[in-house]
Design a protein around this ligand. Structure first.
Ligand SMILES: CC(C)(COP(=O)(O)OP(=O)(O)OC[C@H]1O[C@@H](n2cnc3c(N)ncnc32)[C@H](O)[C@@H]1OP(=O)(O)O)[C@@H](O)C(=O)NCCC(=O)NCCS
Length: 183
């Protein structure tokens, strides 16, 4: 197989899922997420493996040419230590079936601290209910810790609050209102 052009070094995912608040029963690990499945960084070759089709199960994606995909992938890769798109591939079908993203925001406050933001969590319909969503979100906690973040945040709909609460996230009393100005 041709070598993969990864968004970030795969060794960064050498992390222990036990460091996450997500609890797995039966146990899952990043190295062993299930038969035929692999957890790894997004690769440029994932255009061919249905990554964008997977994102369509989350929200509107539009028509993205391979050229546009590669330009965005390269941009993200150049922003070192910022974009960590993690995918779950079903290697029996060469298909991306799950994904989540950690965006690392560098700040001046908190002594030049960093905040991780979890984005674009999705598991393909046929693979739901197998703890893969928990895995996709659960990875983000030790990953953010390893990358030096002091906290991880995310936005979700009311219907997903229970889901994320089960994975250790809390509504913070002083910061419960998410506001947005659409452009
Ligand atoms: C949300 C999503 C990622 C969950 O994926 P999944 O692989 O089915 O989740 P898991 O198998 O890891 O489920 C873990 C637990 O959460 C529960 N759960 C799953 N979806 C849930 C939901 N929408 N609301 C509340 N609980 C939910 C499961 O019942 C399971 O509970 P258990 O541990 O007590 O058995 C998946 O349904 C999805 O991709 N949905 C569409 C995109 C989306 O909504 N993404 C999140 C945007 S904020």
């Amino acid at each position: 197989m041709a070598s993969q052009d990864y968004l970030f070094a795969p060794e960064i995912l050498d992390i222990d899922l036990d460091q996450s608040d997500a609890k797995f029963n039966p146990k899952l690990s990043i190295a062993d997420p299930g038969e035929g499945l692999v957890v790894r960084p997004l690769a440029k070759q994932d255009y061919e493996k249905g990554f964008l089709q997977l994102l369509k199960e989350l929200t509107s994606v539009g028509n993205i040419s391979q050229e546009a995909w590669e330009a965005r992938f390269n941009d993200m890769k150049q922003c070192k230590d910022t974009y960590f798109v993690v995918v779950i591939e079903d290697t029996t079908l060469n298909k991306i079936i799950g994904a989540s993203t950690l965006v690392v925001e560098k700040k001046f406050i908190h002594e030049c601290g960093k905040v991780g933001r979890v984005e674009d969590v999705v598991v393909s319909n046929d693979y739901r209910g197998r703890q893969l969503g928990k895995l996709a979100v659960g990875i983000m906690q030790p990953l953010a810790k390893k990358l030096g973040c002091y906290k991880v945040t995310l936005n979700c709909t009311d219907s997903m609050v229970k889901y994320y609460t089960g994975l250790g996230y809390k509504m913070e009393d002083n910061n419960a209102n998410f506001m947005c100005l659409r452009l």
